[in-house]
Design a protein. Sequence first.
Length: 116
Amino acid sequence: QSKLVESGGGLVQPGGSLRLSCTAVGFSLEYYAIGWFRQAPGKERERVSCIASTSPTTDYADSVKGRFTIVRDNAKNTIYLQMTSLKPEDTAVYYCNAGRGSLDYWGQGTQVTVSS
């Protein structure tokens, strides 16, 4: 069964860092556009970052620009979201998404909580 498996979430203090991982199982992430999304309680899901399918072109939401970095590792079939200088408002469930034509996969989500 093809799916995305996320890991790396947890509880971190403000100013701390976390690295989220999104690994594809049953298919190759190569040639897929990848996005990281998040959804906080009572809010709509928003796109945090994305990386193009066949180039290193990336994009970030203004709220995370300069603090988050998306990285693709095709050899490990994994996408990472490196998060630094975390703020309480970054608290949310984070999801990865892989899209290619009509193919679309979502991870199960991983909770990130930023609190002292």
